[in-house]
Structures are given as C-alpha cells and as structure tokens.
Write a protein that binds this ligand. Structure first.
Ligand code: NAD
Length: 370
C-alpha cells in the first residue's frame, strides 16, 4: 500500500498510509516547521499526547517513542474511552494538565484516537492560551475519513451533542492505515457508512470503485479485506472530497450541508434507539430512507435506491429501522438543529451528485412516506 498526501485545503497536509506511527516524530517536526537534525538539546518543543484508555495502550508507546527520537519532550494524558467522556470536564482536566506540564504557546497537542479524542483534543488546543497548534493521528475509520477533516472540535453538553465547540484546524493529520487492523466489526461498519455517503454525494467514480470492491457482498468480512487492500485510497478520496466541501463552506452556510445526506433520519433513529445503534449504522438506514423517498418523488433517478441498497446490505448493514415514521419525524422536528419552518433534506440528483431540498417541517412524514 502506498503512502498518499492530500492537501486538505486549509494549508495543512493529510498523510495516509501504512507504517506512519513510526514516522510521527519527523512528520510533526516538518509540520511545526522545525528544521535540522535533533541534537542533545532536542527541539525545545513539548508535545502533549492526548489519547484514550483503549488506544493509548495499543499505540501510545510507538508514537511517544517516535516523537521523543525526533527531539520532542512528551507528556501523555489518557481519558476513559468512549462518548461518555466527551464533555467539558474532560477538556477542563486536560487543559489543567497542559498548564501543570508547563506548556506554552510554542508547544502543541498531538491527538491519537477516534473522533471523540479529535473533537476534545482539538477543542482543548483551540482554547489553551487562546489557541495552540495540534496534530491529529486518527485511529478509527470514522476519524480518518470524516471527523479529522473540517476543523470542527468540541464536546457534548447536557442539552445536546456537540453543542459547545470551536472551529480549529490541525497543523497535520497523520493517518496510519495499519491501525484499522484492531478495529472491531462495529467500528468498521460505523466508519464505512461515512465512506459510502461521501462517494454517493460527490463522486460517482469513487462509488463505482466501492461497488466493485464490495462485489456481491459477504458482510463485514468483505469490509476488512476491502480496507486491507484499499484503505489509503479510500481515506484519500474521502479527505479530498470533504476537504473540498469544507474549503468552500467551512461554517455550513451552503455546500457543507450535503455532508448531512442520510443524517436527518439517522439522528432520529439514534435517539429512538436511545443511542444503542451506532451513528454509522443509523446513517446507512437514513441514506436508504431518504433515497427511497426522493426516488419516489422523481428527485433521484430510478435505480438509485437499488444500487445503494445492494452496497449497504452487501456489507452487512441493517437496511431498515422498526419504528413508525411519524415517531421518527417527530424526533427529527424536535432536533435543535432543525427548528424552523423548513428542514433541508439532502437528496441524490444522481449517484455522485447531491442537492438540498427544503421540506416543510409539518410535511416531513409526507416526504418520507413511500
Ligand atoms: N468533528 C467532526 O467533524 C466530526 C464528524 C463526525 C463525527 N464526529 C464525532 O466523532 C465521534 C465518534 O467518533 P469515533 O467513533 O471515532 O469515537 P471514539 O474516539 O470514541 O472511538 C470509538 C471507539 O473506538 C476505539 N478505537 C479508536 N481507534 C481504535 C483502533 N485503531 N483500534 C481499536 N479501538 C479503537 C476508541 O477507544 C473508542 O472506544 C462522535 O463524538 C462524533 O460526534 C466529529
């Protein structure tokens, strides 16, 4: 597997490929503009490695070793793995830790982990001393293809998910595709739904490559072999596409909204399941629900739903959610982000091209009814 670079559109690079954890030190030096060979005095720069209690024991040592060999002083902070930790208390503890470790504006945060680590580590970097640099080393598929791109950082608050945060771009994203080997089947499915979404909304060629790689299906086992062969290309395509979308609309005024394909119903399904169903699995169902509706209304060409269904069900996702449509629409209407007279629903004008259609909130169930 080759290493590939993508310029994510904000003046920083995303480096993708196998074996990159061992190169972390030198790559971070380059990204921070530190030249020369480390001498006994080192770089004079301190790095705070922010990770969780699952990823830290798996990959923390390798990253720390590489950073130290490149002349950095490294301090490590681990939080209990999982979404439950994604709150302001964890970030406040970490920021306190940065201060206690004597970090200054010239130092940086290195985030090693999934989307939760990236969102919190980035948010801490955005706020400590009013902003220091940070580097992302995504380890979940979801973080690699989605959350590490776009600069959204933040935490959940009791009133809702991701309601507190900041836009803060990393100085480098380093994606070692070898780490996908330790992801569970559930985590793979969770991340791959965003891959399918990205291809479906923006790149028909990419979608066709996914169809070809998936063949006639075979469940998550196929997913693992697809990633073994094509991980770097898949992450690169997703980063390139999301990077382009975000570059043209960082703050979600227009184009960025297409990234929400499948998400209106996905959020409702996640809530209905009391978050017992992962986001990605809910997005897979959401994409099918909205495409069934848009095809029926002539907004998507005939056959679109068939192709999506074949890919999604072939990889082992559930294709429907057992709850009354009215219930899901009621949840969607009460979503804080959807308050107002209309909800923007993303539909496929064709595979590889998305558009937003405004639907009256009061007519949401009519829109989705097939
Ligand atoms: N900022 C954005 O634009 C954006 C976009 C999408 C999602 N998100 C956020 O991302 C979060 C979900 O991301 P996530 O699922 O990566 O969360 P996560 O960081 O909690 O990772 C999920 C689980 O996978 C484990 N894990 C990560 N890498 C692993 C590896 N290589 N091997 C074994 N286990 C590993 C973690 O320890 C954790 O238990 C949500 O909080 C969501 O809001 C943010």
């Amino acid at each position: 597997m080759e290493k590939v670079y993508v310029n994510a559109g904000d003046g920083y690079d995303v480096l993708i490929g196998p074996g990159l954890l061992a190169e972390a030190g030198n790559r971070v030096r380059e990204a921070l503009g530190i030249g020369g060979v480390p001498e006994n005095g080192g770089t004079g720069v301190k790095l705070a490695l922010f990770t969780d209690t699952t990823v830290g024991p798996l990959y923390g040592e390798a990253v720390e070793k590489s950073l130290k060999e490149a002349g950095f002083t490294v301090v490590r902070y681990e939080y209990p793995a999982g979404e439950k930790s994604k709150n302001i208390e964890t970030v406040a503890h970490f920021v306190e830790f940065l201060a206690e470790s004597g970090m200054t504006r010239k130092d940086a945060v290195v985030v090693l982990g999934g989307g939760v680590a990236g969102d919190m580590g980035g948010f801490a970097a955005a706020t400590f001393m009013r902003g220091i640099k940070f580097i992302q080393i995504p380890t979940s598929l979801l973080a690699a293809v989605d959350s590490s791109v776009g600069g959204k950082t933040g935490v959940d608050i009791p009133a809702g998910k991701n309601l507190m945060g900041a836009f803060w771009q990393p100085s480098l994203v380093l994606c070692d595709t070898d780490v996908f080997g330790s992801l569970t089947e559930d985590l793979l499915l969770d991340g791959f739904a965003e891959v399918i979404k990205t291809a479906a909304i923006c790149d028909s060629g990419f979608f066709e490559r996914l169809e070809a790689a998936a063949g006639s299906g075979g469940g998550p086992g196929v997913l693992r072999s697809i990633l073994r062969e094509h991980a770097a290309d898949i992450v690169r395509d997703c980063v390139r596409i999301k990077g382009h979308v975000v570059e043209n609309d960082e703050r979600e005024g227009g184009l960025r909204r297409i990234l929400n394909f499948g998400h209106t119903m996905a959020h409702a399904i996640e809530k209905d399941a009391d978050y017992g169903l992962s986001h990605g699995k809910a997005v897979a169902i959401g994409m099918l629900m909205v495409t069934g509706a848009s095809e029926k209304r002539g907004l998507s060409p005939a056959g679109t739903l068939d192709r999506l269904t074949r890919l999604i069900s072939g990889l082992g996702y559930a294709t429907s959610w057992d709850a009354p449509l009215e219930t899901l629409c009621e949840i969607a209407r009460s979503d804080k982000k959807s308050r107002g007279s209309h909800i923007g629903i993303v539909v496929l004008e064709e595979i590889g091209k998305a558009a937003v259609t405004d639907v009256k909130t009061s007519e949401l169930a009519d829109f989705y009814r097939i």
